[in-house]
Design a binder for this molecule. Structure first.
Ligand SMILES: NC(=O)N[C@@H](CC(=O)O)C(=O)O
Ligand SMILES: [Zn+2]
Ligand SMILES: [Zn+2]
Length: 455
């Protein structure tokens, strides 16, 4: 549990909204003072974290993380995954429902919520399944999950598409009662049977079954219209094509209550990487073309795409280090997300750090409804009196990425061997340091496994 920290900190950095360095004092779990260097009163014994040109962001919030517990603790646990999240600058994550057992009952979501609290690295907000067992046949107990101690607000069958339009309509109607949102994994199943990668020139040349853009776009088009029809809130997971950006832009122009996310990998990697058949690049939705990468960057910069979400999808070596066709879909992302956003959006001049705070903290917290009392003020601006959820980043640093040395329990980052800009120097969860000097601050807590609340 993260009781207010007794240690007091004074951080020096530039706020995302400004250009001049400030000192920020963290005391009793909140931001106690902000002022020009040397002008704020620094409490006796305060721990100083001062570097040149550091940026002070609100703690990052991920709307799309796979923590794999219960069921695939060989890939990740709540403990290892949230430790990786802290290392990446996050203070809250939403844990996807495709676990075993599925997060489709109040019992299971409460267990995951409790494991997150015990680990204490970041706040864990379990996502509830839309349908029982992600089978796409019967609505799960959405209300019971919403009313549980985990207070679920985001519902998703991620990994699978809620394909039946009647079920999708019912889910959208149902979650309105508690201001929830349905987060759709947009994939038309019939159009993607046996699909291995993006359908296009590369798939034709290397002989892998393609996943056409229209399989994503047709579901997004249907769902924005359904959301309009029932007057509900829709979120689109890991959007990946230029056409999807256009549909979201159209829907927002029409006043439809839709939000969308893009992953870091879709901001930078393309289907050309499949040519060597290295399954580390196999992911759902697949890496697309350079034209799609340009379109999602533009959509993120102009606000059509609301957030960057990692879709951190850890898999053990047995499931990734094999022939392309039998490898699992997915790549890790918690520890590289901020660097990829810096590289593709900030260092290219397309976004400011204030925009980064918006797409990696403020907007995801608002979509997940954790910016208020329940979320204990995640995604709030860096201001006096706010909870001290903060990430201090050094944008001038560069890092060589190696999946084997990351904090996550799995190695499947697509960025191994690459240099990325930016380094998380420190992360604070309600005033307690979870990362200092770029290293996770370990505490005397044991990783307790899931205690089988099964239906
Ligand atoms: N993104 C992936 O390729 N895989 C995810 C599922 C998902 O996000 O659809 C996983 O759970 O491994
Ligand atoms: Zn998905
Ligand atoms: Zn996912």
């Amino acid at each position: 549990m993260s009781a207010p920290s007794t240690t007091t900190y004074v951080l020096r950095g530039v706020l995302p909204y400004g250009t001049d360095a400030v000192d920020v004092v963290l005391a009793d779990g909140v931001i106690a003072a902000i002022g020009a260097p040397g002008t704020v009163e620094v409490p006796e014994g305060a721990h100083e974290v001062r570097g040149e040109g550091h940026v002070l962001l609100p703690g990052l919030v991920d709307l799309h993380t796979h923590l794999r517990e219960p069921g695939r603790e060989d890939a990740e646990t709540v403990f290892s995954g949230t430790r990786a999240a802290a290392a990446g600058g996050f203070t809250a994550v939403h844990a996807m429902a495709n676990t075993t057992p599925t997060q489709d009952t109040a019992g299971v979501v409460e267990q995951v919520y409790r494991l997150g609290q015990e680990a204490g690295w970041v706040d864990v907000h379990p996502v509830g399944a839309v349908t029982v067992g992600l089978d796409g046949e019967k609505l799960a107990e959405l209300g019971a999950m919403a009313d549980s101690a985990a207070r679920v607000r985001v519902f998703s069958d991620d990994g699978k598409c809620v394909h039946d339009p009647v079920l999708m309509r019912r889910a959208l109607e149902y979650v309105k009662a508690f201001d929830g949102v349905v987060a759709q994994h947009a994939q038309e199943p019939r159009l993607t049977e046996g699909a291995q990668m993006n359908e296009g020139i590369v798939s034709a040349q290397i002989g892998l079954t393609g996943w056409p853009a229209v399989a994503e776009e047709s579901i997004i088009a249907r769902d924005v219209l359904l959301a309009e029809h029932v007057g509900s809130r829709l979120h689109v997971c890991h959007l990946s094509t230029a056409g999807s950006v256009e549909i979201i832009r159209w829907a927002k122009g029409r006043g439809i209550d839709v939000t969308a996310e893009v992953t870091p990998h879709h901001l930078v990697l393309t289907d050309e990487l499949a040519r060597d058949y290295d399954p580390v690049f196999k992911v759902n939705p697949p890496l697309r073309t350079a034209k799609d990468v340009e379109a999602v960057r533009e959509g993120l910069a102009d606000g059509t795409i609301d957030i960057v979400a990692t879709d951190h999808a850890p898999h053990p070596v047995e499931d990734k280090d094999c022939e392309w066709a039998s490898a699992a879909f997915g790549m890790t992302g918690l520890e590289t997300a901020l660097s990829v956003v810096q590289q593709t959006m900030v260092d290219t001049g397309r976004m400011t750090w204030a925009d980064v705070a918006r797409v990696l903290s403020e907007n995801p917290a608002r979509i997940g409804r954790i910016d208020g009392e329940h979320g204990r003020g995640q995604g709030r601006p860096v201001a006096v009196g706010e909870p001290a959820n903060l990430t201090l980043v050094d944008p001038s640093a560069t890092r060589a990425i190696d999946g084997r040395t990351q904090v996550t329990a799995s190695d499947n980052t697509p960025f191994t061997g690459m240099e990325l800009p930016g380094r998380v120097v420190a992360t604070f969860l309600r005033g307690r340091a979870t990362v200092l000097d770029g290293t996770v601050v370990d505490r005397a807590v044991e990783s307790k496994p899931f205690e089988g609340a099964v239906r």
